[in-house]
Design a protein around this ligand. Structure first.
Ligand code: ADP
Ligand code: MG
Length: 252
């Protein structure tokens, strides 16, 4: 079953038309230092990455090399050290965005999938998948478009094999099913870019492979840009581009 996408006007922030090789998303020379008490922990030390529109970029690196830190910067969940590098999306600098523009960026321009799902336990599967749509449309807008948006989330979840789980709670699901819900949630607003940070890191090999198949099939069907962190060189080998993080920088 092809993956459904929403039609306009919900697709509010499509990237402007650009040649396939133009980066839709990039980090340029970013630094990130965490401070624990008075100790500074430099993690990214001038890392750069370019993500062409429509491409699949894999990020590889040892544990602790800063992969999640870089993903958080790309997703606007955190920011680089002040005046130490920039993240650009579709020609705009994230640091130049207002708080509400940045909220919108996180909600509409990128979808984020984490290793540990982060579903809300008191909500059903379909309610979890609809959270970004509720945030986007607001209470009133959402209730006006409830039927359309619910049908969209419903179709997305069904295309991920969760048709029989729509009213279940996360606690009633397996790890693989939880990750499918999290992926549907990341895609419900039809963001042009999907950011997946070790989406199979908490799953057994067989389940993990099924999740990777789902993500790659979805990407093939929609042409969505994908940035995925993985520790598996074989998986990375299926990407268009591999970025290796070493000592806080992109190697090679
Ligand atoms: P990876 O995803 O490649 O395993 P991370 O980006 O999660 O690496 O972490 C890189 C380094 O930064 C690690 O040493 C980690 O302990 C440290 N780190 C990550 N997040 C924080 C934080 N919020 N505060 C302090 N240190 C952090
Ligand atoms: Mg990580």
């Amino acid at each position: 079953m092809p993956v459904p996408t929403l039609t306009n006007p919900v697709r509010v922030q499509s990237p402007s038309t650009s040649p396939a090789t133009d980066p839709i998303l990039s980090a340029r020379n970013v630094f990130k230092t965490y401070r624990l008490d008075r100790v500074e922990v430099p993690v990214l030390k001038g890392a750069s990455i370019e993500v062409p529109a429509g491409a699949w970029v894999a990020i590889l690196g040892a544990s602790g090399s800063g992969k999640s830190t870089l993903m958080h910067l790309l997703g606007g969940l955190d920011r680089p050290d002040r005046d130490k590098g920039e993240v650009h999306f579709d020609g705009r600098m994230l640091s130049s965005m207002s708080a509400s523009e940045l909220d919108r960026y996180r909600n509409v321009s990128v979808g984020f999938v984490f290793q540990f799902y982060h579903l809300l336990p008191e909500l059903s599967v379909i309610e979890n998948a609809l959270i970004p749509a509720m945030v986007l449309h607001g209470r009133l807008g959402f209730s006006r478009r409830r039927a359309e948006l619910t049908a969209h989330a419903d179709a997305l979840l069904k295309s991920f094999g969760l048709g029989h789980r729509l009213t279940h709670r996360p606690a009633q699901l397996s790890g693989g099913e939880r990750q499918r819900v999290a992926i549907a949630r990341a895609l419900v607003n039809d963001p042009p870019v999907l950011l997946a940070d070790e989406p199979t890191g908490n799953l057994d090999r067989h389940t993990g492979e099924a999740i990777l198949d789902l993500i790659t099939r979805h990407r093939a069907e929609t042409g969505r840009t994908l940035v995925m962190v993985t520790h598996d060189p074989e998986v990375a080998g299926r990407a268009d581009r591999i970025v290796r993080l070493e000592d806080g920088r992109v190697a090679g």
